[in-house]
Design a protein around this ligand. Sequence first.
Ligand code: MG
Length: 375
Amino acid sequence: MKITALETFVLHVPVSAGGIADSRHQLSHWGAPGVRIHTDTGLVGTGYTGTHAHLPSDRMITSCIEAAYGPLLLGRDPRSVQALWTTLQRHPPLQWVGRAGITHLAHAAVDVALWDLKAQAAGEPLWRLLGGSDEARLEAYDTDGGWLDRSDEQLVAETEARLAQGYRAVKLKVGSRDERGGFDPARDLRRVALVRQALPEGARLMVDANGGWDLATALEAGRELAAFDVTWLEEPIWYDDLPGHARLARALATPIALGEQLYTLDAFRDFIAAGAVHYVQADAVRLAGVSEWWRVAELAHAHHLPVVPHIGDMMQVHLQLALAHPACTLLEHIPWMRDCFEEPATVAEGRFVVPQRPGAGTALRDDALERYHVA
Ligand code: MG
């Protein structure tokens, strides 16, 4: 089996209700720059990463795939995915210009497409190729009802709607600002109390600051969260602030979750070694694909830390990985890209349905390319 061609694409898919906000971002569309890798067998592998639908940066990712990685891949056997990972990651000129950022996101898309091909060639869904069981029970938690720009009334209504759908775990965004642009933790805590009140006994509530607080605010607001039985506080401060997160992890009763903004196995090693993280939110499309995600999950597992993948791939690859890896029992749900896939990740009664198609779940519907492709 040999790689014969790489074909890149950029999808811009609308988010819920015309737009969403967290403490750092306002979005109307989710971006998925990616690649379809063609082979001499006729099998085509699909992989993509996740962005905020900014076309100039999406184009940097696809041009990295075409111009830098393409020549290293043509003629190679896509099933040698671990060897190809090392080839792409350690290629001296590329290593010089990027061990994180655009090159890493581009590598993620390529690696996912290669694993998609490997699983298709084996005639199995990726979770089975990786050793998972179809009896795996993977709980879903919902994030799409808890955006920072939703009113208190909307927040409660969204929570009640999720409960009616069978969810028993939801996430709420924090990091509100007042009219003068200062932090407004009082608004955040009021909303945490409202959602907690709307949830039945035993339901899980998570909060996510998207790196928006400073350390002093995170310490102060974080202490108040203990009264609301919050499962985790996610990215309280700037993503790369390892000593700050370590301090919060020691000071707060509420566990710390992070990882959606960490690019490498080395970064996870350092956060875990410093005791700065309790819930490891590795993202296969910010790490360099399935290959590096699996290494992070194994590292976390060796420290007896749960892995709860970030939603960055809109669930398709992460569903396969979370079904296969023993460190995973919970996965985030945001349904923005549902109508892009041949077999979209689906939640029933609060659990993910186990996908059955061979591959990584990334196969795109033809009409998704027609509707969302940005020329
Ligand atoms: Mg998050």
